[in-house]
Design a protein around this ligand. Structure first.
Ligand code: ADP
Ligand code: ADP
Ligand code: MG
Length: 657
């Protein structure tokens, strides 16, 4: 086995490869950009070399710097992971020339499969069935339009060099073909520096089923069964599972044979994936071959009990395939969910920023979490916004779905928008649970996936109030708050919370021992709720209301709060007193009454100098006292009220400068 390998990648895949290398006693070398100097993969590796500034073009894609790091470290082989240089035949050649093993297929195989058009020609010869279409060299617009007409609409125009769902256009009508073609060619030129396209019959409601293959240098091939990756957004995978639901053994074997035929035709070495599009009729067609480890390889590992990276290393070192086809078996069912820093409700826009808090489910034989980040790391705009892959396994699909639901409910991120709740909605959707799967699933289920809870349920506000209480220093004693907050001899405390589209003040009345007893929404008009018990556990906050326990996973960072309950996930802010005043403060520097009430204390007179935070007056409103403090240092210009005045909301109380 190799003594030392370099991993030319970052994030979860770099960490994942390091784990296997370590298991095999292989030393690891990480490379990193300046933005990643403290990244997990750098911390995990035995050695690490900086290869340039943050943009991938100046670091992770710089072959010279990577090969230089390999030479300096004495690494014998380079694992490219996925993305970046993994499907770059020039890089594979450069490694070979430098006397370093490229952990992957030959440069020739990468090149042949790198062009979807060329790969289709090759597959035609190998007898693998193709999606009907045109994949020729002639790229004149007139010819392509004629071909599209012949294929029959709808068609797909695809960038021949494309990947990651980019450069794909669906065209439904002949009159739209030309503009779609131009836009596809533009995108292909920008993203892949290659304008070549192919045209394919658009298969309606298809499934994406891919086959994991392996080849060794002795000419042996096996397939490690299939993965169903139909649940996609923008032609990109979101959920993957193995085995493909409802696939009969005959079709499975036939897919496997086709995949091996594809791999054989290019003398494939190592791990590769042959992607098929499967029509509702059950007919399948070759789409492309990805000549690398796939993001979703863990589902295959979970159902076969094998370590695919271990296989990659062994084969690259020159060993034979560890197992023959007949020894390979499917055991149970696995599902992977890709957890992205993105906002599903705004078109899956990537979200950047610090991962202020991250809580992941406990790993077990049922649950695996592959991640390359930890709490405190920043999701930058430079790289893929994937936070983690959550993989679950169980005896059958139904149980795997239940495992996934549970694991997702234990995955919490505060700091960046993420798709965890959305993934949970897919998992519990009818189409998914009934295995009515196609690449249109998200579109068909959208009414149930993107639904947003508009109003914050009262239970959530109760949990929010108790959470604030639990965060106070000295809870549950609160000596500090009892003075001045007393009303009818029971201490009360209120918090103002600000969500995306709501602002609410909630109030807790505390028992003599300082525990929350009664909850109200200030100005909410409704009756309050009696709280019988609470359990402010570090992980799960629980409150008993009318004989029912309600629970939330709760996270906080400074004034940012996050609650996750059965009903959804809420991120909101705690509005501090001075922020409340700023919200209410008029432009002229006047402090206004935050709500209608009675003035009960006036601490200041005209001309008085006050410090930021100093209490200027106290109002009693809705059975609660509100201290109004100076938003900053200043002088009292005038005071418009006196003790005992009944004040309507937004009345000027004090002019302040
Ligand atoms: P495909 O969609 O072609 O079948 P995958 O779903 O396996 O491929 O996704 C692989 C692609 O995802 C890569 O080609 C790359 O562009 C992107 N990608 C995702 N995560 C990362 C990452 N951590 N580093 C680099 N590339 C990534
Ligand atoms: P990429 O290299 O970006 O992964 P693919 O050719 O693998 O491109 O296609 C990406 C996705 O687009 C597929 O997973 C599938 O959902 C959809 N797709 C591709 N070809 C077809 C087709 N002929 N008909 C319907 N959908 C297709
Ligand atoms: Mg693909």
């Amino acid at each position: 086995m190799f003594e030392k390998i370099l991993i030319a990648n970052r994030g979860e895949i770099a960490c994942r490869i390091i784990k296997t290398a370590r298991k095999l006693g292989v030393k690891t070398v990480a490379v990193y950009s300046e933005a990643d100097s403290k990244a997990l993969h750098v911390l995990m590796a035995d050695e690490a070399y900086c290869i340039g500034p943050a943009p991938a073009k100046e670091s992770y894609l710089l072959m010279d710097n990577i090969i230089d790091a390999a030479k300096r470290s004495g690494a014998q082989a380079i694992h490219p992971g996925y993305g970046f240089l993994s499907e770059n035949d020039v890089f594979a050649t450069r490694c070979l020339d430098a006397g370093i093993v490229f952990i992957g297929p030959s440069a020739e195989a990468i090149r042949l499969m790198g062009s979807k058009s060329q790969a289709k020609s090759l597959m035609q010869k190998a007898g693998v069935s193709l999606t009907p279409g045109y994949h020729g060299i002639d790229q004149s617009a007139a010819l392509l339009a004629k071909e599209a007409e012949q294929i029959g609409f709808p068609v797909l125009i695809k960038a021949s060099a494309g990947g990651g769902g980019k450069g794909i256009r669906r065209v439904d009508r002949a009159e739209d073909f030309e503009s779609a073609l131009m836009s596809c060619q533009r995108e292909a030129t920008n993203a892949f520096a290659n304008a070549q396209v192919l045209v394919e019959k658009y298969i309606t409601e298809p499934r994406h089923i891919e086959v994991q293959v392996f080849g060794d240098k002795f000419g042996n091939f096996v397939y490690l069964f299939e993965r169903d990756c139909s649940v996609q957004r923008r032609h990109q995978k979101v959920l993957e599972e193995a085995p493909a639901p409802g696939l009969d053994q005959q079709t499975r074997e036939s897919l496997g044979r086709s995949a091996i035929a594809a791999a054989k035709s290019v003398n494939y070495l190592g791990a590769g994936t042959v992607e098929f599009i499967v029509a509702q009729s059950g007919e399948f067609y070759f789409m492309e071959m990805n000549t690398r480890l796939q993001v979703e390889h863990p589902v295959t590992e979970m159902i076969t009990g094998l370590d695919l990276v271990e296989w990659q290393l062994k084969i690259a070192f020159g060993e034979a395939l560890p197992l023959e086809q007949k020894s390979l078996l499917i055991h149970g069912h696995a599902i992977e969910a890709r957890i992205y820093a993105e906002d599903p409700t705004s078109g899956f826009l990537p979200s950047t920023g610090p991962l202020l808090q991250m809580r992941t489910p406990q790993e077990s034989i049922h649950v695996r979490v592959d991640t390359g980040v930890s709490q405190g790391d920043v999701v930058t705009p430079y790289y893929d916004p994937m936070i983690a892959k959550l993989i679950v396994w169980d005896k059958d699909r139904g149980r795997a779905i239940a495992q996934m639901q549970q694991a997702l409910s234990q995955f919490h991120v505060l700091g960046v928008s993420n798709n965890i709740h959305f993934l949970g909605n897919i998992i519990k959707s009818k189409s998914f649970t009934n295995a009515q799967i196609s690449t249109n699933l998200i579109e068909y289920e959208q009414a149930n996936l993107f639904e947003q809870v508009t109003d914050t349920p009262e239970e959530v506000l109760v949990l929010a109030a108790v959470f604030e209480w639990s965060l106070l220093p000295n809870s549950p004693r609160f000596s500090k708050f009892q003075k001045g907050w007393r009303l009818n001899s029971s201490p009360q405390i209120s918090f103002t919370l600000k969500g995306k589209e709501w602002l609410k003040t909630v109030r807790l009345t505390l028992s003599d021992d300082g525990l929350p007893k009664y909850f109200e929404v200030v100005g909410g008009g409704g009756a309050g709720r009696w709280i019988s018990q609470i359990n402010p556990d570090a992980q799960v906050l629980s409150v008993e209301l009318d004989g029912v326990w309600i629970r939330a996973h709760a996270l906080s960072h400074k004034n940012i709060r996050y609650l996750s309950t059965d009903q959804g996930r809420w991120t909101y802010g705690l509005v501090t007193l001075s922020e409340q005043l700023e919200l209410k403060e008029s432009h002229s520097g006047e402090l206004r009454a935050p709500m209608p009430g009675k003035v009960i204390v006036v601490n200041v007179t005209q001309g008085q100098h006050v410090k930021k935070g100093e209490v200027l007056l106290v109002m009693e409103a809705m059975k609660m006292e509100h201290a109004i403090a100076a938003p900053r240092d200043g002088v009292i210009k005038s005071c418009f009220c006196k003790v005992g005045d009944q004040i309507p909301e937004s009345t000027d109380l004090i002019a302040f400068e």
